[in-house]
Design a protein around this ligand. Sequence first.
Ligand SMILES: Cc1cc2nc3c(=O)[nH]c(=O)nc-3n(C[C@H](O)[C@H](O)[C@H](O)COP(=O)(O)O)c2cc1C
Length: 210
Amino acid sequence: MKIKYNASKIKQSETSDKLKKVSRNIRNRRSVFANEFIKKEIPDKLLEEILINATWAPNHKMTEPWRFIVFKGKYLKEYGEYMAKYYTNFYSELSPEDQKEKLRYLANYPLNAACLIGVIMVRNTKINLPEWEEIAAVSSAVQNIALTCTAHKIGNYWSTKGVAIDYVAQFDLAENEKSLGLLYLGYHPEDLKSSKKKRTHLSKKVIYLE
Ligand SMILES: Cc1cc2nc3c(=O)[nH]c(=O)nc-3n(C[C@H](O)[C@H](O)[C@H](O)COP(=O)(O)O)c2cc1C
């Protein structure tokens, strides 16, 4: 169906001082990668709050199609070693020295995080929802984690590379479960330079039909 709309109707405020707390938190949420993290534990109570908020995500027919594995301590080391092994052949065109350096970087990378959270989608076996609805619900849970972290000045990002998916998949997943990768969580310096990534103007993303 061909539709007519008026793009000039859409104005986008850039005046961040006028943003309310919730908007500021949403717009301040940025992926912060583990090489920016500092050595600081996330208190257990706070981690619990982050995970509880995850479970308050909207979900169709209350299937609550998520499950999480918190990886800490020796598992960070284990994942680093897993990554280095996973990528052993990936850098074969580099000199042995450079290859060694890349693999060392990968092995140490997860050690920067306070914890990793494995994200698992749990398909409901009785209520047959389309998979995309379950993924959408899990993604909402992940966003709740990200926003709670931002409010507490905890950096975080979602890693969905094959290595992250495959690592989580090893932890006794049932037939109706699927690994959706890993979240990295960790504190960062207060003065961390904010990401330069911009968002496309609303006029290119929204139309109003009245
Ligand atoms: C479903 C999903 C998967 C992602 N997977 C990765 C990933 O594997 N590696 C990565 O570096 N970033 C990943 N990201 C983070 C994106 O790179 C990041 O959100 C995007 O660049 C926008 O930046 P911002 O989060 O700072 O706004 C993922 C984000 C989403 C929503």
